[in-house]
Design a protein around this ligand. Structure first.
Ligand SMILES: [Mn+2]
Length: 354
C-alpha cells in the first residue's frame, strides 16, 4: 500500500500515478492479464474490471480478459453489460493455471467473496474495502476513502490521457454512482472531481437506459414477499425471503425496506443454491455494517462491507432440510439484535402484513 511517511494521505490521483508506474514498468511481464472481482459482480466491480481492461490494453499493450463468478443478477447490472457490450467470460479454475497474472478489483485475495485462491499472490489489487492485513500482491492499492473502486481506475485512465470511449466512461460513471449512492457518500473532493471528469466522456442515454430497466414478474413477487414477511424490532427491520432467483434480490429488498421511515437498520436474507445470502443496510453513514456482520457470522470471512453496507453468505447445503435454513436465519437475526443491542421485550410486529 502506498502510504507516505508524512503529509496528507494519498488521494486517487496519487494512487493512479503509482498504478501507471507499475503498469509501465512491468508491461511485458503482465501480459496476458486475467481481471477478476468479487462473485456476483455489482456495477462498481463490472466498471472497474472493464475500465482496467481498457487501460492496460490501450495504454500498455497488455492483453487482458475479464472473468466473473456467480451470476449477474440485478436487472440494472444485466442492462449495463448488455447496453455497453462488455465482454465478460465465465470464471473457471483452469483460468488460474492459464494466466500467470491476475488482477483483483473491488475485492482482495483473502476476502471470502471471490473465486481467487486466498493463498495465491495476486499481480495487482485495487480495492476500496479495508482489510485486516495488506493484500499479497505485486502492487496493492487499497483506498477506503475513494468511494468506489471505479474512482481509482477512472483516475488512472484520465491521467494516462488515454482516449476514454463512451462505453468505458459510462461503466465507470455508473459504478461510482451506485457505490456512492449518487455521490451522497463521496467524502473526498477528488472522488466527485473524478466522477465529473469521467462523466464528460459518458453516454447519458445509455446511462438512463441502464438505470431505468424493465423488471420481471419474479422481481415483484420477491419484493412483495419481502415486504409482507418483514418483521420490525424497534429500529431494525428483518425480512427472510426464502428461495430467491438471484442473490442480488437480497440487497435490493434491503435497500428498499431501508426507506421505511421507522427503519434505521435492515437485515434481509435469501436462499440461493445451497447458500444463505444476507444483506445489512443502515441509515447511519458511518455505521460499520461490514464489521457488524462479521461479528454476527461464525466465520468472519463470510461477511464484509463498508460504511452503511454489509453483505455475506454461508453454506447451508442444497439438500438441507427446512429446519436447518430457518434455524440459521433465526440465529443470525438473534446475534444481530444482540450486536445492535435491540432486545425488545414485546412481540415483534409485521408492520406491512395487512
Ligand atoms: Mn465497490
Amino acid at each position: 500500500m502506498t502510504t507516505p511517511e508524512n503529509g496528507p494521505p494519498p488521494n486517487s490521483a496519487d494512487h493512479a500515478r503509482t498504478l501507471l508506474e507499475f503498469l509501465g514498468e512491468h508491461r511485458s511481464a503482465l501480459s496476458p492479464l486475467l481481471i477478476m472481482s468479487h462473485d456476483f459482480p455489482d456495477p462498481d466491480a463490472i466498471g472497474s474490471m472493464y475500465g482496467l481492461q481498457h487501460l492496460v490494453q490501450s495504454a500498455f499493450g497488455i492483453e487482458a480478459r475479464i472473468a466473473y463468478s456467480g451470476i449477474i443478477g440485478r436487472v440494472e447490472n444485466q442492462a449495463m453489460v448488455r447496453t455497453l457490450r462488455i465482454r465478460m467470460h465465465r470464471f473457471h479454475p483452469v483460468l488460474l493455471k492459464r494466466f500467470a497474472n491476475v488482477a483483483l478489483v473491488d475485492t482482495q485475495p483473502v476476502f471470502g467473496n471471490n473465486s481467487f485462491p486466498g493463498n495465491r499472490k495476486a499481480t495487482l489489487v485495487l480495492d476500496q474495502h479495508p482489510g485486516d492485513t495488506p493484500p499479497q500482491a505485486g502492487l496493492a492499492i487499497v483506498d477506503p476513502g475513494c468511494g468506489a473502486t471505479c474512482v481509482l481506475v477512472a483516475q488512472a485512465l484520465l491521467q494516462a490521457s488515454a482516449d476514454i470511449p463512451a462505453r468505458v466512461a459510462t461503466a465507470l460513471a455508473y459504478g461510482i454512482l451506485t457505490d456512492t449512492l449518487d455521490l451522497y457518500r463521496a467524502r473526498r473532493g477528488d472522488v466527485t472531481q473524478t466522477y465529473l471528469e469521467v462523466m464528460r466522456h459518458a453516454d447519458m442515454r445509455a446511462l438512463a437506459r441502464i438505470r431505468n430497466p424493465l423488471r420481471s414478474r419474479k422481481f415483484f413477487s420477491v419484493l412483495g414477499r419481502g415486504i409482507r414477511e418483514a418483521v420490525q424490532y424497534r429500529r431494525l427491520v428483518v425480512s427472510h425471503l426464502g428461495l430467491v432467483d438471484a442473490p442480488d434480490r437480497v440487497s435490493q429488498v434491503a435497500e428498499f425496506l431501508l426507506t421505511y421511515e421507522r427503519a434505521q437498520w435492515c437485515f434481509v436474507s435469501g436462499r440461493y443454491k445451497g447458500r444463505l445470502h444476507v444483506s445489512l443496510r443502515s441509515v447511519h453513514q458511518d455505521a460499520q455494517a461490514g464489521e457488524v456482520l462479521r461479528n454476527v457470522f461464525v466465520q468472519r470471512t463470510q461477511a464484509g462491507g463498508h460504511g452503511p453496507i454489509g453483505g455475506g453468505s454461508c453454506r447451508i447445503g442444497l439438500d438441507a432440510p427446512e429446519e436447518k435454513w430457518s434455524e440459521r436465519e433465526r440465529v443470525l437475526t438473534e446475534r444481530l439484535r444482540g450486536r445492535l443491542r435491540i432486545r425488545s421485550t414485546t412481540e415483534p410486529r409485521k408492520p406491512f402484513a395487512s
